[in-house]
Ligand binder design. Structure first.
Ligand SMILES: *Cc1c(COP(=O)(O)O)cnc(C)c1O
Length: 316
């Protein structure tokens, strides 16, 4: 039994249009709140079978939550090393799952170095996106969607470090769906995949200036660029305001809270604004609702005020 659950695939008439059906793969419903459990769960099980007695993560975000969840399920202690910038809410969520949290350094790079230093022979470090085991685990969402619904004409997903992209492309290839294009969506302030496609190699974009913190990898993994070379993958950018507005609309439309990291993908489906040509020719669109547990209702209100869009959830 894998640690992740099979998520619903639901059609969204609100995000679709005449001649174009949109199917939502509801990864937001994974117990720790995002698709990350698929790959992280598989990696944790793998290391547990090989004798790991301890799991370590350097992510204060959804990858850390997925490691904490997996450790709890496997009966293994989990240490998560996070930078000082990690919000209180995230630290509490990790502790609630029983993880030990160590705060170290000003940025993820420093926290990650500290996490590496904790690795002993019986401890496994779970990388948030750059690990073939992760990609294999994430690929399961395509195998599932293939059983649940029609062959898509296009897939829409968000890109941070590129682990989800690598898993989905692998899943598509396993189905023999080499012809199904992927729209790889980032926010403008976290566009490390776009930068890699322009440079023809992965590059460090230096700083992340987006509210979509779960997309905030300064450099994508090499595999993300390999996917772009070997599969039809189109880089798409949206603004933070578009991503946040899409997250807010999604609460109204589907009654599920998702991070702007996920809203970025949903923004591409918004009927307002120009339609990507790949979507314009697709009759069935598969959107990966990657989720994210670092945003609550309170945070949505703040973002809405900041972005100048109406909040679906108002204080009484
Ligand atoms: C991690 C994450 C992403 C990005 O995934 P990568 O594998 O890093 O590209 C997108 N959305 C959410 C909610 C995430 O947690």
């Amino acid at each position: 039994m894998p640690l992740h659950i099979e998520t619903p695939l639901i059609e969204s008439p609100l995000l679709g249009a005449p001649g174009r059906r949109v199917w939502l793969k509801m990864e937001a419903l994974q117990p720790p709140g995002s698709f990350k459990l698929r790959g992280v769960g598989l990696a944790c099980e793998h290391h547990a079978r090989r004798g790991a007695r301890r799991l370590v993560s350097s992510s204060g975000g959804n990858a850390g939550l997925a490691v904490a969840w997996s450790g709890r399920a496997l009966g293994l202690p989990v240490t998560v090393v996070v930078p000082q910038t990690t919000p209180q809410r995230a630290l509490q969520a990790l502790r609630d799952l029983g993880a030990e949290v160590q705060v170290h350094g000003a940025s993820w790079q420093e926290a990650h170095s500290a996490a590496l230093a904790l690795i002993t022979a019986d401890a496994a470090l779970i990388h948030p996106f750059d690990d073939p085991l992760l990609w294999q685990g994430h690929a399961s969402l395509i195998a599932e969607a293939a059983r649940q619904g029609p062959k898509p004409g296009a897939v829409v997903l968000s890109v941070g470090g590129g682990g989800l992209l690598a898993g989905v492309v692998r899943g598509l290839q396993e189905q023999g769906w080499h012809d199904v294009p992927v729209l790889a969506v980032e926010t403008e302030g976290a566009a490390s995949f776009r930068a890699a496609t322009l440079a023809g190699q992965t590059v460090d974009i230096g700083a992340i200036t987006s509210r979509a913190t779960s997309l905030g990898a300064r450099r994508v993994c090499e595999q993300a660029l390999r996917c772009w070379r070997e599969h039809p993958v189109h880089s798409v950018l949206v603004s933070d305001a578009q991503a946040i507005a899409a997250s807010l609309r999604f609460v109204d439309q589907h009654r599920v809270v998702v991070e702007p990291a996920c809203g970025a993908s949903l923004a591409v489906l918004a009927p307002q604004g120009p339609l990507h040509p790949v979507l314009a020719r697709s009759h069935e669109v598969l959107a990966i609702v990657c989720g994210g547990a670092t945003a609550g209702v309170e945070m949505m209100r703040e973002w809405a005020a900041e972005a100048g869009v109406a909040a679906p959830v108002t204080s009484s």
